[in-house]
Design a protein around this ligand. Structure first.
Ligand code: NOJ
Length: 547
């Protein structure tokens, strides 16, 4: 590199990060639950796919009430997933494959089985041990009413009463008590947990409920309209979501990460009311990136998609933070299923849960969406199974469902189990290579019989498969200096088409309509999400072009 060549951007500015939902990725010991042994054995799939990094959902010791988002020991691996030695070996092997690793940090709440919470219960009202959480007296003559009207995200009140009459706060399940982030000991403990994992070589952290953490010490009631799931309606006056005080915590975390070599990084899971509020998390000295849920929330319509892209780029530019693009994760209905219906937003998908969704249409759109997200500036997340074109499993029998969201919401509304079904790797019948041959345990959720055609092995051999498309897209993206970090310039296009130029010579065109449109002239196709019709780009199809 000569001295005039700018250094390449930091890896996290345009990384493609693969979300490993560990209990459903691959089962190494045959008990039906994914684990570190399974993940280590499948690292070749991930390296071959061509992603830059992995985000591993919580692997810590946990009663697993909320699939590991209820942590009882932040410094140890749950035996269901393996051991700390295996985690160390996994980190070394991932690095040897050229893959960075982010782990999931859950700072808003612990498990009710965490030693601190057990100590708090035993120590009684007024104790320092209770002070690490939010214990309050109730309202009403005998304190029989919760301290205020805050709801749990999973349904019902956010308060549970203990035997001595006090109530404790849990914004999620009762088994997930919220920590009090105004207590220095809580801050010191998480600084130490960060260092524990950074010392072991992790490349960064995904921060769970990053918009939570601090709470208004006056515990005021909230307006009915401000109770939206994960703080969708939060503003600066909200008593527990998206508060200014929470942002200050991230300055200290950034200083901790920056003291390590190798660009250790944070990604915030922050559900906020508008993209400009997301930018606050990414101001200089705070976090590196945040999930941008704009596309995940957006219907498959070019004008709406363009609005999301423009708004994202506009709000992130002033803080010089790279965008991230997300279509699915372990909390939402998979996008093949969302896109397979006439109405395609996430809210539509919740409303239409269990109604027919056309897999052919959904897959065609999902393929086009892959080229859209991987063609946009910045980084992207791939939720495991997305590269296999998996759909939501909406007909799981009631007795196998495990998501606490369902139990806390009284059984109404969609659950999150349907996007968490164990992956199909190979073979004609369940468990499709998820567990080793002859395994004693069944996969923790049953896999649809039709997934024999979706297995990684079946798709690897098929040039028209979703897996082949993802592998090709990631290879082209890696070799193309115009893609990833950089500018975007919109090109003239019909109402139902998104068209933009990347860098000097590359363009992305996405037709979200049903009818074919002409491709720009004098261009060469680098990659298409589906068959082209001569000079026409068919409906629900995307291309990357060389200009
Ligand atoms: C967000 C996680 O993605 C979700 O799975 C979990 O239930 C909540 N945070 C609570 O930790």
């Amino acid at each position: 590199m000569d001295s005039n060549t700018p250094p390449p951007p930091a890896w996290w500015r345009d990384a493609v990060i693969y979300q490993v939902y560990i209990r459903s990725f691959a089962d190494g010991n045959g008990d039906g639950t994914g684990d570190l042994a399974g993940l280590r054995a499948r690292l070749g799939h991930l390296a071959g796919l061509g992603v830059d990094a992995l985000w591993i959902t919580p692997w810590y010791v946990s009663p697993q009430v909320d699939a590991g988002y209820d942590v009882a020991d932040y410094r140890a691996i749950d035996p269901v997933f393996g051991t700390l030695d295996e985690a160390d070996a996994f980190l070394a092997e991932a690095h040897a494959h050229g893959l960075r690793v982010l782990v999931d940090l859950v700072p808003n709440h612990t498990s009710d089985q965490h030693p601190w919470f057990r100590e708090a219960l035993a120590a009684g009202p007024g104790s320092a041990a209770r002070g690490r959480y939010h214990f309050r007296p109730g309202r009403g003559a005998d304190g029989e009413l919760p301290p205020n009207n805050w709801p749990s995200v999973f349904g019902g009140p956010a308060w549970t009463r203990v035997a001595d009459g006090e109530w404790y706060l849990h914004l999620f399940a009762a088994a997930q008590p919220d920590l009090d982030w105004d207590v220095p000991e809580v801050r010191e403990e998480f600084a130490s947990v960060l260092r524990f994992w950074l010392d072991r070589g992790v490349d960064g952290f995904r921060i769970d409920v990053a918009h939570g953490l601090t709470k208004d010490p006056a515990y005021p009631d909230i307006e009915e309209s401000a109770t939206g799931l994960l703080g969708a309606a939060a503003d600066e006056h909200h008593p527990y979501f998206d508060r200014d005080a929470t942002l200050e915590i991230y300055r200290e975390w950034r200083r901790i990460a920056d003291a390590y070599p190798g660009e250790r990084t944070f990604v915030a899971e922050a559900w906020v009311s508008s993209p400009d509020r997301l930018a606050r998390y990414l101001a200089p000295g705070r976090l590196h990136t945040a999930f941008n849920f704009g596309l995940l929330d957006c219907p498959w319509e070019a004008p709406r998609l363009r609005e999301v892209v423009e708004q994202t780029l506009r709000v992130l530019a002033p803080v010089d933070a790279p965008p991230t693009w997300v279509l699915s994760n372990h909390d939402v209905i998979r996008h093949v299923t969302r896109y397979g219906r006439a109405e395609t937003s996430l809210d539509d998908a919740k409303r239409l849960y269990g109604t027919p969704s056309d897999p052919e249409l959904g897959t065609r759109r999902a393929r086009a969406a892959a080229l859209l997200t991987l063609g946009l500036p910045g980084g992207a997340y791939i939720y495991q199974g997305e590269e296999l074109g998996l759909e939501e499993v909406e007909d799981l029998p009631a007795e196998v469902l495990q998501d606490p969201n369902r139990f806390w919401s009284g059984g109404c509304g969609p659950v999150r189990d349907g996007c968490r079904v164990p992956l199909p790797w190979s073979g004609e019948t369940a468990p499709f290579g998820f567990s080793p041959d002859g395994a004693a345990g069944e996969p923790w959720l049953p896999q649809p019989a039709a997934w024999k055609d979706r297995s990684a092995a079946a798709q690897l051999a098929d040039p028209a498969s979703v897996l082949t498309l993802y592998r090709s897209a990631l290879a082209v993206r890696r070799g193309c200096e115009d893609l990833g970090e950089g500018d975007l310039a919109w090109l003239p296009a019909a109402e139902e088409v998104l068209a933009f130029r990347r860098g000097r010579r590359t363009a992305v065109v996405v037709n979200t309509g049903a009818d074919p449109v002409p491709l720009p002239e004098h261009t060469e196709v680098l990659l298409a999400s589906g068959p082209l019709d001569g000079p026409l780009l068919p409906g629900d199809t995307a291309v990357w072009l060389s200009l």
